[in-house]
Structures are given as C-alpha cells and as structure tokens.
Design a protein around this ligand. Structure first.
Ligand SMILES: Nc1nc2c(ncn2[C@@H]2O[C@H](COP(=O)(O)OP(=O)(O)O)[C@@H](O)[C@H]2O)c(=O)[nH]1
Ligand SMILES: [Mg+2]
Length: 389
C-alpha cells in the first residue's frame, strides 16, 4: 500500500496532528522515497490481526449491513451494536439473521448485541459506569453510547486496536479500504497512543439528476472550521490542520481508547479533539504516560468516495448542533468564537435569536472499568448478545 508521507504536522502540547495524507495505491510494491510511505502486505496484515471492528447501527437498510460485513478484512473480528427497532417490525431480528447467515457462509468471527439489552445496562451499572445509562438503567439512545458498548466488548477480547465503521455505506469495497487505511495509519505511529481519522476524497451527491463529486460534507466543513478557529484562538496562529472533525470512520490504539473522553450521540467525534486539547494541551495532565509518549493523530484521505444513506435536513441540523456545541461549551472557546458559533447556528436555522447551544453530556474514559466483571454480568443477564467464533 502506498500513501503520501506526512508532509506537515502541528503540535499542541502532547498532541501531534498530521496533515491529510492521500492514499496513492491500495496494493503496491514497497517503494522507498522521502515523499511516500509504503507498507508491505505483511505490515498491514499484522495490524489487521490485532484490530477489532465495531459497527454501530440503527435502522439501516439491511443489505447495507450485509455489504459492510462482507467487506471487513478477514482477520478482524466484528462487533455489531444495534439500536434498531424491535417489536412488531423487528429490524434487530433481521440484523441478527444477516449476521448468522454471514457467519455460516464465511466463519468470520462476529458478535451482535442490542444497545437496549437489559443485561448491558446491568453490566455497566455493576462496574459503576452509569454515565451512559438512562433513568431506567438502560443504555441511552445515541451512536456514542453504542460505540462505547462495543468498546467494552472489544476490550474483553484483548485486541490492540479498535476501529469504527458505519453500517450505512453503499460501497462495500470502500469499507474494505477504510480498514486498510486504519492499519496504515496505525503502522505509522511511534506512540502507543494513536488515532487514525478518515477524510473523504469525495462525498457524491445527486444534483440535478447527476452524480456530483462534492469534496466535503456540509457539517464536516463547518465543524472543521470551528475546531481550527478554537486552535487559532488559543495560539494566535491561523490553522487549517483539522480536516476530520466528524470522522465517523476512525480507529485508535486500545491504550488511547482507554483514556479517551467521549460525548453523547453525534458529538462524539469532534469532542475527541476537544477532550484531547483540554486534557493534553491546556489542562492539568492526568495521564502522564500518554502525555510523555505523545498522542498522534493521522488523517488519511481515502481513495474511494463515501456514499452513505442521506438522512435528511433534520439530521444534518442535529449533527451541526451537537458538533458545534462541543466547541462552544469547551473551556478553550473564547467570547469571540462563541459568538461566531451562535451566528453560524442561527444562519443554519438551528438556533433562534437568544438561544444557546444545548450542552452535550460528556462521558469519562473507560480505563477503570473492570472488564471481567462487566462481561460476567453481561453474559449472565444478556437477552440479545450472540457471538460466533
Ligand atoms: N448503535 C447505534 N448506532 C447508531 C445510533 N444512531 C446512529 N447509529 C449508526 O451510526 C452510524 C452513523 O450514523 P449516521 O446517521 O449515518 O450519521 P452520519 O453518517 O454521520 O450522517 C450509522 O451506522 C447509524 O446506523 C444509535 O443510537 N445507536
Ligand atoms: Mg451515515
């Protein structure tokens, strides 16, 4: 595999953010030049054999999930965390059937669990991690909450890396590429605390009956702008380094996943940046080992375009609201930045005059969770967990 060498990086305290690196070739000979980074098949395979993939899903078209599962490289076990409808029209049952069929055909290790499984809530309660539970003791709705549940299952399996891919991807081979890109990024890191975030080459849209290869999604563009403005407000230097504020497709070392702070729903991805800046740049350092090893963030531009389900205007507005609210409510955000964010949200019809962005709930790291107890309770009380190995 061939990708551009990192040309430029910016450093904020213990955090090093690399500028976007393009994928140049998915499969290639090893080429040694200062402008390129190449990875042998073995190097990629080695990372893949230590990577687990979590797929959060909520009421997606079932054949999209099927395509995503089939595209995940063979060495990576899969955990599907579903918050799909149950009851009369049982979408979750269809997902379970797809997973079972997929396993029978391929023997690829895969687990599936429903986010609202009472045993899951109980397991989180038992280990004292109630931050993602609602008042009835169930895991709350939200993509972040599903991802955290997946992380706990992954932690139990003892893998070194964790990656996330959405279930609503129309191009299975794009998913296959994303996971290889995760591997390449993780391979480049010198630190045990590394993250890879994907940047889409294009995000095609149908415009006047034609496929138009847009460079950016609307929400990503705005989120990146304000994350960069937050950096500029702190340093006094304008920057465009952040290009993956809303990267749903991302991977981390388990060491980083353990000490990462999270935030509810769709605010999880931009909040990862905010959390790292607050903890490892402008805050009192809690995680000394990570601070001295350094945290590396790679941003990789995919070869494949990103074609996923369009969820409508309300979804876009909710994402914008959640994303910008994590920046607005950060203690690193100054008055001027806050007022620009309010203006942006008003211009996009998200807020009315006088309204403030809703505060997203932050969720502490999962490091202290006793995974053995968590799994014991889960296995005893779960009503939905199915694992094929
Ligand atoms: N487990 C879980 N997954 C969710 C939830 N909400 C959304 N998802 C999934 O998260 C992924 C990304 O969500 P999507 O709505 O496509 O957001 P976007 O692609 O960022 O616009 C998709 O696979 C969704 O099905 C949730 O509450 N729980
Ligand atoms: Mg999507």
């Amino acid at each position: 595999m061939l990708i551009e060498a990192p040309r430029h990086a910016e450093i904020f305290g213990s955090i090093k953010i690399y500028d976007v690196q393009k994928v140049l070739k998915l499969d290639s000979e090893k080429v040694e030049t200062p402008l390129l980074r190449s990875f042998s098949k073995d190097e990629i395979e080695d990372i893949l054999s230590r990577l687990i993939v979590v797929v959060p899903i909520k009421n997606e078209k079932i054949y999209l999930l099927d395509g995503v599962l089939r595209a995940i490289p063979r060495n990576c076990p899969i955990i599907v965390v579903s918050n799909s409808q149950r009851g009369k029209r049982d979408v979750f049952k269809m997902e379970k059937d797809v997973v079972a069929h997929f396993y029978n055909l391929t023997k690829h290790p895969v687990s599936i669990i429903h986010q609202k499984d009472p045993g899951l809530g109980l397991a989180f309660k038992e280990v004292g991690y109630t931050h993602i539970l609602d008042e009835n003791g169930f895991v709350r709705d939200g993509k972040a909450e599903g991802m955290i549940a997946g992380m706990l299952l992954a932690k139990h399996m003892g893998k070194d890396y964790i990656g996330f891919v959405d279930a609503d991807n129309y191009v299975p081979c794009a998913v296959n590429e994303y996971i290889k890109n995760f591997a390449a990024g993780l391979c480049m890191s010198d630190s045990p605390y590394a993250m890879v975030r994907l940047h889409w080459r294009h995000k095609p849209k149908i415009i006047r009956s034609k496929l138009y290869f847009k460079k950016w999604g609307r929400v990503s563009e705005v989120t990146n702008k304000y994350l960069n403005l937050l950096l500029a407000a702190q340093t006094g230097f304008e920057t465009h380094i952040i290009k993956t504020g809303n990267a749903g497709e991302h991977a981390m070392t388990m060491e980083l996943a353990n000490i990462m702070g999270y935030s509810t729903g769709y605010s999880i991805e931009p909040y990862q940046f905010i959390y790292l800046f607050e903890e490892f740049w402008r805050g009192e350092i809690k995680f000394r080992e990570a601070a001295s090893a350094g945290i590396e963030i790679f941003q990789i531009e995919t070869l494949n375009p990103h074609i996923h389900e369009e969820k409508g205007e309300k979804h876009v507005k909710d994402m914008l609201h959640d994303s910008l609210s994590t920046i607005y409510h950060s203690r690193l955000s100054d008055r001027q930045l806050k007022s620009k964010i309010l203006e942006e949200l008003r211009a996009n019809d998200v807020l009315k005059q006088g309204e403030k962005p809703r505060k997203t709930v932050t969720i502490p790291p999962i490091r202290e969770i006793d995974v053995k107890t968590f799994m014991k309770v889960l296995e005893e009380y779960s009503e939905t967990l199915v694992s094929y190995d």
